[in-house]
Design a protein around this ligand. Sequence first.
Ligand code: ADP
Ligand code: MG
Length: 301
Amino acid sequence: MRIAILSRNENLYSTRRLKEAAEARGHQVDIIDTLHCYMDITSNSPKVRYNGEDLPQYDAVIPRIGSSITFYGTAVVRQFEMMNTFCVNESIAISRSRDKLRSLQLLSRKGIGLPRTGFASKPDKIQDLIRNVGGAPLVIKLLEGTQGIGVVLAETTKAAESVIEAFMGLKANILVQEFIKEANGADIRCFVVGGKVVAAMKRQAAEGEFRSNLHRGGTAKLVRLTKEQRATAINAAKAMGLRVCGVDILDSNHGPVVMEVNSSPGLEGIEKATGKDVAGLIVEYIEKNAKPYSSRSEGRG
Ligand SMILES: Nc1ncnc2c1ncn2[C@@H]1O[C@H](COP(=O)(O)OP(=O)(O)O)[C@@H](O)[C@H]1O
Ligand SMILES: [Mg+2]
């Protein structure tokens, strides 16, 4: 098959591994810089332009869209969808996952375990909001933060009030969330491919830190999932409509709760912690699910 990886940097571990895994299985791979793609959106034969030429009709596209380019990146993925190209994650599902509020609303509707979470735009609602999530200590989160930046732990009600007021004063949208203390600074990253958890790791925050992000100095190791954790991850991926994703779970005293679902999960941490060929499993998923363009009726002639 002919596969494109949408990525800003061919040297990133995840990009390199996906290319390597696809080539090892006999596919032809192009790494396409997402921001260098452009398009004539009104053409009746939609195409993606790249360096002055039309990109070929790929059999599959693997979007690796960083959170800093969500808007443009999803427009490019959507253009490939207009060309009937199989995209490993759909643009709409990527957009959904980039907004923590929207994600939690969708997960909640499906009855998936979540930390108690509130949202408001006016400071006069703060006290009720804090009470609703069970009081301090609590976590305050920017809607579009990533890598642990924009996640604050407020130990007391007073601290929570002033942090919330400060964020609202800056017109930043925030979530107010129950602090899952019993997780002890650990979370579980479940890597889901095609409705199955193919690898899982436990990430432990650095000493004195509650955020387990590897970018914040967390360490990762292989973990065996309970049935409940596995089901939570699979249901969360399904609710978000993501075929490949990382579902982050905290172990709370009211069962596993989903913190977030990542639509371009990194491969380095999970492959190193688990020793699994996750890139190969993604390629295998594509082989089973993407119909080669040349075998489709619209691809002939
Ligand atoms: N409600 C919570 N209770 C306890 N720890 C939390 C909570 N929310 C986030 N954390 C910790 O902070 C980290 C970052 O939060 P997260 O919501 O995943 O934001 P980001 O998108 O920046 O990674 C998580 O990996 C987890 O370790
Ligand atoms: Mg996170």
